[in-house]
Design a protein around this ligand. Structure first.
Ligand SMILES: [Zn+2]
Length: 285
């Protein structure tokens, strides 16, 4: 995959998924030897990312969770739930960058709620057990279509019952009200930031990458060392990054910063090879 303008370090497999622990160690040692980062910074960053996520804010302070508990008892329940977890991402097992994530996504609960609301008239006068079963069947269908496996039957029953109660309560005004039905403690699980993103239906391409998008950008820059911007842009696209070009241009700043101190080579003909002078910035302003 090494192309023109690319100075790929040949001792590394081109695909990051093929890297061994030795490759990662060697790569980090090179960055440190070059003076780009220090052991202290690497360790401090790692420690920060090991710190458990702020479930006090992301869960316990939300009304949608609080309503399942007596007043001022929500944090106690969230804390107990948090302590009972194994402290690893449910998908990849890492301890780094964990976040509380929904087992059954809010979007699925919202979509099923809307479809039932639209397609079944006179909901309150229908047989309760039949409607709950219908809600459950629609949730299962949606989960299967998106390859969500291993969802407990008890959780499906709980969410289906809650959704039925919400739909027949007369207090549902927005799609968000329906999505909030997913906010139950037994519907929460810990996932790393990357797997949290991949799981969200709106990020269908997140799964193409084995690093978070920002880590992927720096991995491409430091491993492949593209000497022109166009090459960096193409590498990012080949790699499966689907974000706007502005993310690539932001990341390219690292190449420019390192070029200033002789640690990175950029071809004179490359796009963004020269900074505008102060006077041309004045003219833009
Ligand atoms: Zn993960």
């Amino acid at each position: 995959m090494t192309g023109e303008g690319e100075q790929h370090a040949s001792e590394y497999p081109a695909n990051g998924a093929d890297w061994t622990e030795e490759h990662w160690q060697m790569f980090l040692e090179e960055l440190i030897e070059e003076g780009i980062i220090s052991w202290r910074e690497v360790t401090a960053t790692t420690l920060g990312n090991l710190n458990p996520s702020q479930v006090g804010t992301s869960i316990a302070s939300k009304k949608s969770f609080q309503r399942h508990f007596p007043p001022r008892k929500c944090w106690e329940a969230v804390r107990t739930w948090h302590f009972m977890q194994n402290g690893k991402c449910a998908d990849c097992g890492t301890r780094v960058d964990l976040q509380a994530d929904h087992v059954i996504p809010k979007e699925f609960v919202g979509d099923v709620g809307l479809s039932v609301q639209k397609e079944i008239p006179d909901l309150v006068r229908q047989d309760c057990a039949r409607i709950v079963a219908e809600i459950k069947a629609r949730l299962v269908g949606l989960l299967n279509r998106h390859n969500y496996t291993g969802v407990q039957a008890q959780l499906l029953d709980n969410i289906s019952g809650d959704l039925y109660n919400a739909l027949t309560s007369g207090s549902i005004r927005t799609q968000k009200d329906l999505e909030d039905v997913a906010d139950r403690l037994d519907n929460m699980i810990l996932r790393c930031r990357r797997h949290n993103v991949i799981r969200r239906p709106s990020h269908a391409n997140g799964g193409l990458t084995f690093l978070t998008a920002e880590a992927g950008l720096m991995w491409l820059l430091f491993v492949h060392r593209p000497s022109n911007y166009r090459c960096f842009h193409n590498l990012c696209r080949e790699y499966g990054l689907t974000m706007a070009n502005i993310r690539f241009e932001e990341a390219w700043a690292m190449a420019r910063w390192l070029q200033q101190i002789g640690l990175y080579e950029i071809e004179p003909g490359s796009k963004y090879s020269h900074a505008p002078t102060i006077s041309s910035l004045d003219r833009i302003a």
